[in-house]
Each structure stands twice: as structure tokens, then as C-alpha cells.
Design a protein around this ligand. Structure first.
Ligand code: NAD
Length: 432
């Protein structure tokens, strides 16, 4: 069977379900999303042509609360991918201990090919198509790849027009001045850093000076790099979809790299600008590299923070790191996972490592529902605490069952879902 993200997720689920003797009705619910919605989104382009885009929303499970999950705009978006991403959201919210279920959506589009006006029209029309199935207590979208606070605000405005009142909690990840939460933008990167540091502390390892290479320099990759740098780790490589940079001595100023990328439109060449590296001690090895090479460098930790299937049977044998911190969703194929296990490489799995975004999304939703505003320091402190609790939970399950962190994370999530399922008396032996 093809190793699509969704097949892989289902196989992992079935294996874990067997181990924990999951109720067959709950397993069936997990293997089959509650609702799959496919929509056509026709819009008028700036030149007067009409173009039709395909959009999706998958509502996987609401056993533990309203469906929750991002919207992705990318040419590779397809139904199978969205199903896998929605399932992982269910597992992630359960593990992160937030009262949400799992959902995901997206549009098959390259947003870089659209003008801002076209992007806005597309988002508004997509919202009209989704309006009957979203809402602050039913399904709450958020940003994902190529979507951001501005797009979330457009969705909120269109939704208000449709239902006749403003419902800020219909989406999370809004601009802070429009009801978004302080700390939401950096939440996934900061949360990933908190998870890594908590895990290393659990192993008794000193993170100071450990080297890190990051694939994906978007929202998640950037804030992770900043957070880990602040914690004393050395970020030696970064990449985006077009290429990357390798600075063996460590990138000194992540913000300077970002500014350089903004100015030049690419990461390549963004080394030794201002404070990025110390020009006097410039290492001969400072160089441009490809997006793929960033994962096989001689470093302590690699971080796939871009898209699915970044680590496969092709590059896994060449990975030199001891730890893989999965900040992208589904970046490791089943074959790569097996290779890592054999080679003693520890994978900190996506549903644990990248849960920071949904945790602060919950904080944002809570603030909107209760008309509260929390300080950034409070948000990040609460986030750190919740990530540390999730790491402890996964670590304990891994020790107890003698399994990988990924399997332990699945066990912990399924235990939480089982409890929620029991609370609603929906078990297979209760047929009345
Ligand atoms: P983003 O759009 O801000 O950034 C994506 C980055 O990946 C960009 O730098 C892009 O150039 C790069 N990229 C794309 N294809 C690449 C390739 N083949 N090689 C190298 N780099 C490539 O998206 P994001 O919000 O940072 O999300 C990144 C990942 O994290 C996704 O898998 C997403 O599902 C996951 N995630 C995001 C959040 C969140 O809060 N944004 C939460 C949980 C998980």
C-alpha cells in the first residue's frame, strides 16, 4: 500500500490501538473522519478571467471538543493530506490536554501566484462555502502553511457578514490588535523549543552549545531558531523551499537572516551579513546549501519544519544527528522511522513537538469567549508549562511500555480519547 501520510497515520493508529486494546467503535471513529467537505471556489482574477480552485475541510473528531485545525494554501494540498492532518490534530489536542477535537482544511493553490486582492477574494469565497460548518463552538480554523493572521482576519470578517454578528472566536491566529492572542505567532516555534529542552533535561543532557539544523524558515522555523538560540544552542543551518545556508560556527543573529531574506527574496547568500556570523573568524565552510542537505549535516539536532515526507528511506541513512525534532506535521515516513529506530536516533514526534500552536490557539479562543486579554509573558509561561507536562506524559508512557516516543504519544492520546468516549457512553458494548 502506498505510504501516503494518511495511510501511514492509520497504520500507526491500528498498531497502537492493538497495544492498548482500544474499543473497536472508538478505533472506527478514529479511522474515519466525522465529516469530509469538498468545495469549489470560483473567483474573478484581476485580469477578468474566472478561475476555480478546490478547497477542503475535514472534521475528524469532536470527542473532546469543537473541531480545531489550520487552513493550508499550497499547490500540493489534496484530500488525503488534509485527512491525515485532521487526524493528527485530534491526537495532538488530546495529548496537549486542550478541550478541542481535530480538523484541517486547505485550498490547492500557490498563493505566491495570486495578487493580494485575488487572495482576499479566494479567502472570502472559501469562507462562504465553509460558513455552514464552522463556528466558535463547532469548528475553529487557524493558520497553517502559507496562511497567516491577515487571512484569519478576512475569514472572521466574512463570517460576521454571513451570520450577522462578529464572532472573533470563529478563527484563531488573528492579528493581536484584532483579538488575536499575544504569543500566538511564536507559539509553535517556542513550544517546540520548550519540548526539546524539557526532553533533554529529562535525559540529563546539557543543551548549551548543541548544534541545530532547521529545514523551513517560515513562521515555525524562525521562532524555533530564535528560541533555541536564546537557550544557548547553536543554529548552524537554515533553509526554505529555494535553498539554505550553512554556518558551522553558528548563526549569531536570526533576525538579520530574516531581514536579508526579505530584502533579497531568498535565504541563499544570507550569511556574513551584519551580525549573522563573525566575519573575522569566517569559517571556510560557510556556504549555500540545498533545502534537502540541511537534514544530513553533522549536527546534534535536525528539525524538519516545512512539509510532510521530508525524511524518507533515501536520506534517513545519511542523517548524522542524534535527535529529530518534528515541527512539521508528518515529516518522517514509516521507512525512515524504522531506520532511525535501528540507528538509535530519537524522534520527538510531531503531535508532541508542534502542539504549541494549538495550545495558544486555545488560549486565544478562551480569551475571546471570556473577553479577556492576557500578557505575552503569561501566555508563554502557561504554554511552556503545558508543553513540559505533555513531554513528561509521553516520556513516562515510553518508559512504561518500552516504546518509541511516537508510539508513547499515540498511547497517551488514545487514553485521553478513550476517557472522553466513555464520558459520552459511546462504547461498542453499549448498543442501546
Ligand atoms: P510557513 O508557510 O510559514 O513556512 C513554511 C516554510 O517551509 C517556508 O519557509 C517555506 O519556504 C519552507 N518550505 C516549503 N517547502 C520546503 C522544502 N521542500 N524544503 C525546505 N523548505 C520548504 O508555514 P509554518 O506555519 O511555518 O508551518 C511549517 C510546518 O509546521 C507545517 O508542516 C505546518 O503544518 C506545521 N505546523 C505549523 C503550525 C503553526 O502554528 N503555524 C502549528 C503546528 C504545525
Amino acid at each position: 500500500m502506498a505510504d501516503t501520510a494518511w495511510e501511514r497515520a492509520k497504520n500507526q493508529l491500528k498498531r497502537t490501538a492493538q497495544r492498548v486494546e482500544l474499543d473497536p467503535l472508538l478505533l472506527a471513529e478514529c479511522l474515519h473522519p466525522d465529516r469530509i467537505v469538498s468545495v469549489s471556489v470560483p473567483i474573478v482574477m484581476d485580469d477578468g478571467r474566472v478561475e476555480v480552485f478546490e478547497g477542503y475541510r475535514v472534521q475528524h473528531s469532536n470527542i473532546l471538543g469543537p473541531y480545531k485545525g489550520g487552513l493550508r494554501y499550497h499547490p500540493r494540498v489534496n484530500m488525503g493530506e488534509v485527512e491525515a492532518l485532521a487526524f493528527w490534530m485530534t491526537m495532538k489536542t488530546a495529548l496537549a490536554d486542550v478541550p478541542f477535537g481535530g480538523g484541517k482544511g486547505g485550498i490547492t493553490v500557490d498563493p505566491n501566484q495570486l495578487s493580494e486582492k485575488e487572495l482576499k477574494r479566494l479567502t472570502r469565497e472559501f469562507t462562504r462555502k465553509l460558513a455552514p460548518i464552522i463556528g466558535p463552538t463547532f469548528d475553529i480554523p487557524a493558520p497553517d502553511v502559507n496562511t497567516n493572521a491577515k487571512i484569519m482576519q478576512w475569514i472572521r470578517e466574512e463570517y460576521a457578514c454571513i451570520v450577522g454578528k462578529d464572532e472573533p472566536a470563529v478563527v484563531t491566529g488573528k492579528p493581536v490588535e484584532r483579538g488575536g492572542s499575544e504569543g500566538r505567532t511564536e507559539a509553535t516555534g517556542f513550544g517546540g523549543s520548550s519540548a526539546l529542552l524539557a526532553f533533554l533535561a529529562r535525559l540529563g543532557k546539557d543543551p548549551a552549545g548543541m548544534t541545530v539544523s532547521i529545514q523551513g524558515f517560515g513562521n515555525v522555523g524562525k521562532y524555533l531558531a530564535e528560541s533555541l538560540s536564546t537557550a544557548g544552542l547553536k543554529i548552524v543551518a537554515l533553509s526554505d523551499s529555494k535553498g539554505g545556508i550553512y554556518v558551522p560556527g553558528g548563526i549569531k543573529d536570526i533576525a538579520a537572516v530574516e531581514a536579508c531574506k526579505k530584502q533579497t527574496g531568498k535565504l541563499n547568500g544570507c550569511y556574513c551579513v551584519d551580525s549573522v556570523c563573525d566575519i573575522k573568524n569566517k569559517d571556510e565552510l560557510v556556504q549555500d546549501i540545498s533545502s534537502e542537505d540541511v537534514l544530513t549535516l553533522p549536527v546534534d539536532i535536525i528539525v524538519p519544519a516545512a512539509l510532510e515526507d521530508a525524511l524518507t528511506e533515501k536520506n534517513a541513512p545519511r542523517v548524522q544527528a542524534k535527535y529529530v525534532l518534528e515541527l512539521a506535521n508528518g515529516p518522517t515516513t514509516a521507512e525512515a522511522d524504522t531506520i532511525f529506530a535501528k540507528r538509535g536516533i530519537t524522534v520527538i514526534p510531531d503531535i508532541l513537538a508542534n502542539a504549541g500552536g494549538v495550545i495558544v490557539s486555545y488560549f486565544e479562543w478562551y480569551q475571546n469567549m471570556h473577553d479577556e486579554r492576557w500578557e505575552k509573558a503569561d501566555v508563554l509561561a502557561k504554554l511552556k508549562k503545558q508543553m513540559e507536562a505533555a513531554v513528561e506524559n509521553v516520556y513516562t508512557h515510553a518508559r512504561k511500555h518500552n516504546v518509541s516516543l511516537r508510539e508513547a504519544a499515540y498511547i497517551a492520546s488514545l487514553e485521553k480519547l478513550r476517557q472522553g468516549f466513555k464520558n459520552t457512553s459511546r462504547l461498542s458494548h453499549r448498543v442501546l
